[in-house]
Ligand binder design. Structure first.
Ligand code: UDP
Ligand code: MG
Length: 315
């Protein structure tokens, strides 16, 4: 593959998807032929144990102008696969698609149309989801909670089918399971985000890699994302605010207890209140310290973020 800019990149993370990939690539080719010839398909083999890497090699042999493979040494997860795919992608518009044929390439032109309306990121909204009942229900709950904390108000945050203006994809710092929060991260960076309904299909070959258990960790990830994006950029204010409130209430209680002791010679059976006061003072001081430590981290690690805020330089 040459080093030229492309119109479209399609990034596909694949973990044990040997049977799906040839079908998917054929489908993509069929659709994209009507759009452009300036495209690339980047498949990331995320340490598959089946014949995924052989499948990628034979696809590339057939169409080296459009297909590129990246093989991971081990299974590092979808977020890592996407991050590496985004780094190599040369397209002005970068798509992500799941390898399992659940996403229908027919939607590609609809995504492009939406991007051309001026959006930076367009996310798929799976209609009539073809997943298990438990997964669908927990997913609805997850989407509801996530949208409460996100600037981007979507119905479906974790659809693998998305289209990005190149800059957005490349600005994302993905690791762990954070791919689920891409719209939250991008939204909090001020990018314009939208969603389009997409046709969702049943997985054809192979098994789903994610059970409902993932939602347990999901909320911790949401906290992380909020911490790393908009909400806790000023930890001294966030923790300090809570801490000051606790400290002030604790001090008021302490003064009251001291007053009782001085006037009546005993604390008049207010032991529980006394203990609560001490606890509040301690928690308050700890929260304030936590905020100040957090502030040091932001100072050390949060600097380069400022440049992501620039939309355009006019000169
Ligand atoms: N995937 C991956 N690495 C993993 C797990 C999954 O690259 O460790 C890929 C997988 O091959 C698929 C996509 O991520 O292309 C979504 O996975 P899956 O279909 O299992 O998730 P589900 O649709 O069940 O949520
Ligand atoms: Mg799937």
């Amino acid at each position: 593959m040459s080093n030229d800019k492309k119109e479209i990149s399609i990034v596909i993370p694949a973990y044990n998807e040997a049977e799906n990939l040839p079908v998917l690539c054929d489908e993509i080719r069929g659709i994209i032929a009507g759009v452009t010839d300036s495209y690339e398909i980047i498949i990331i083999d995320d340490g598959s144990l089946d014949k995924t890497s052989e499948a990628i090699e034979s696809l590339r042999k057939k169409d080296s102008a459009h297909i590129m493979g990246i093989q991971f040494r081990s299974n590092f997860g979808k977020a890592s696969a996407l991050k590496v795919g985004f780094t190599y992608a040369q397209g002005e518009i970068i798509f992500t698609m799941d390898a399992d044929l659940q996403d229908d390439p027919k939607e590609i032109p609809n995504f492009i149309a939406k991007i051309n309306e001026g959006y930076d990121l367009v996310s798929g909204w799976k209609q009539n989801r073809k997943d298990s009942f438990i997964k669908n229900t927990s997913s609805k709950f997850f989407n509801f909670i996530t949208s409460l904390f996100s600037k981007a108000k979507l119905h479906d945050f974790n659809c693998g089918f998305k289209a990005y203006r190149s800059e957005v994809a490349k600005s994302l710092d993905l690791y762990g399971q954070l791919h689920r929060y891409i719209p939250v991260m991008a939204g909090n960076q001020g990018y314009k985000i939208s969603e389009i309904p997409v046709h969702h299909r049943k997985r054809k070959f192979g098994k789903s890699k994610y059970g409902p258990v993932r939602f347990l960790n999901g909320f911790l990830d949401l906290l992380t994302v909020m911490m790393l994006t908009k909400y806790f950029k000023r930890p001294a204010h966030f923790f300090g605010g809570l801490g000051s409130a606790a400290l002030i209430i604790g001090l008021v209680i302490g003064s009251y207890i001291t007053y009782l002791r001085l006037i009546y010679g005993s604390i008049q059976g207010r032991l529980p209140l006394f203990i609560a006061g001490i606890l509040l003072v301690m928690v308050g001081v700890q929260l304030i310290s936590l905020g100040l430590i957090g502030e040091m981290f932001v100072k050390v690690a949060g600097k380069e973020d400022e440049f992501l805020k620039i939309k355009k330089i006019i000169n």
